[in-house]
Design a protein around this ligand. Sequence first.
Ligand SMILES: [Zn+2]
Length: 359
Amino acid sequence: MTPALTDTTLLALLRDMPKAELHVHIEGTLEPELIFALAERNQIELPYADVEALRRAYAFTDLQSFLDIYYAGASVLLHEQDFYDMARAYLARAVRDRVVHAEIFFDPQTHTARGVPMASVINGLYRACRDAERDWGISCALILCFLRHLSEEDAFQTLAQAMPLRDRFIGVGLDSSELGHPPEKFARVFAHCRELGLHLVAHAGEEGPAAYIWSALDTLQVERIDHGVQAQHDAALMQRLARERIALTVCPLSNQKLQVFPDLSQHNLPRMLEAGLRVTVNSDDPAYFGGYINDNFEQLFAVTGMGPAQAYRLARNSLQASFVGESRKHAWREQLDDCFVRHGFQDAIDTSEGAPILP
Ligand SMILES: [Zn+2]
């Protein structure tokens, strides 16, 4: 169990600072209570007796053991309203964590393979995003992810199914089982997506080697790397990531839960930040990994000794790495600076765009 953050002024700052979440799988926000409620509504029998039994099954040892339960949980999603309710619950939670902008991953193949129409998935999620913007002022966008354990041909078919709703998602990503499924497996479909003007991201270097990060950058030509923590084993790659200001969407509690870093105090995020990398903090699959974005911030700061300067850099990185126009980023940066002044941490404001923070 990670100790709580005892510095109450830093805790208040972390909770209150405006931030963007750039790595969250909407299916990974399904809380056990909602899984059971949707199972009842859709008359689906679950292989777990109750909410507590399902929660107890969340004892993962690696990425694959998590994915097995994750796909079982997603089986309760059938209708457009189910996808709406799931996204609505996540966005309500994100607003409480002062997320001003969320770029949300969704895995259509997990649903279309069960006979759920693509339009039910995208329209439910999209409607939740628009309603959240109207009701709570949070900005959000959708990123369609291909499951990398499936074929590139399957990815092409998925993209074709989604194209009638092209105006409802801003980009594509690559997720699911990483090892044995290198980015280059999806070279042609990513090239096609690039021609379509979609933003490109990919999971790389979570459990897989640094070589996967190179090929995500060079072969897929992604704009951000999801996870990327294995870059630490490749000095040339670290230098490139820093030089080209490529954002890494890091997920500390996910990495701890899936044993990428068995102890959060040994997480390499502080070292990557010091090396000048554009690192961000995200929740990945918060319902499964024990925490939403602010839990990630709080637990990481509790054990690594990072302070307001790193908090500012991480929040600013998240806003800068988002796929929105400069005028909105400018407004959010002003909110961020105001927040640091309000909390008495104006000395931590640093507009140098990530020159290395020395320990
Ligand atoms: Zn992920």
